[in-house]
Ligand binder design. Sequence first.
Ligand SMILES: Cc1ncc(COP(=O)(O)O)c(C=O)c1O
Length: 379
Amino acid sequence: MSDQPFLLPSDLKANYEAYRDDIREAALRVLDSGWYIGGKEVDTFEAAFAEFVGAAHCVGVASGTDALHLAMRACGIGTGDIVLTVSHTAVATVAAIELAGATAALIDVDPARFTMCPSKLRQACKALKTTGTPATAVIPVHIYGQPADMHGIMEVAQEFGLAVIEDCAQAHGAKIDGQTVGTFGAFGTFSFYPTKNLGALGDGGAVVTNNQDLAEQARLLKEYGWKERYVSALAGMNTRLDPLQAAMLAVKLAHLGDENDARRAVARHYDDAFADSALALPVRADNVEHVFHQYVIQHAERDSLQQFLRDQNIGSLIHYPVPVHKQPAYEGRVALPAGPLTVTEALASRILSLPIHAQLTDGQLTRVISAVGEWLESH
Ligand SMILES: Cc1ncc(COP(=O)(O)O)c(C=O)c1O
């Protein structure tokens, strides 16, 4: 066992310390304002985040799960709709589809990119169409900060008339050919869960869109369908980003570009250190800007590596150990219209997320690299 301090895979305290004075000032400003729902702080953050993403509209909500749910509701997706997504994702993606009242159908991912495979999407759309129950929407997930192949996915979505909602919970600021994810489909949805690239000090989320009608629909639906106070024009929900979290997020948003650069720098160090090793390293797709929410390596003896790191007081995580379609709540119940998810299932037993965040010090990075190197020597 190591006598070194425990090295966290993501370090929320270090992130807070980096912006401590500004965060405390913003928090006190909100506490002293007497205004704790909606208002100026939320409006300011929504405008700044829309600008960061390059979208015309942003609507703050209470979580990334709610963002997906709200986006589906605003697109008119609900009971009777089939929504295609991947199984290699946080369970939240599928939970949100079911919250909206729709049925989830899951497809496989590209083995190099870890994201939705457009040819599997086409295969699933064809299969569902022949059964007389076509899919109506698709949710690609930009997992680990790597953008999905949106050009390929949009082509299939247009061919089959699918609404596209991008799950950007792990990809704040990632780009394809210079265009930020979240702006390809009808909606982009974000989580501000504390460990995300842009994290609140609690729960939070947002939807972005370039479509004014969809933005208005989302604004109505997020607060009881109120057009005017206490009068519901639509049957809506309650999901709000509160001013305290909006103020925290506004502080951190100003540093998000630099933080994403810092994550990419950590990723480059890992790439160089493990270039000729037995680890399979994350691949960057062509023309994308990856934002490295996670740095995910693959090895058949991943469990042994994780245990070795744990013994060195180094934390690592598995995102995710059980694909959604294999989890007790979903197994045998969610449809797999393009066949078995062989890539997804193989990945689950091989992947490991190494520590990565913007405040990771050179010393910590060296510790991880040497520990992984030591393990590799004995394997
Ligand atoms: C890919 C993905 N989608 C959706 C979510 C849900 O976000 P939240 O935890 O804010 O509800 C998460 C976060 O865990 C996520 O990683």
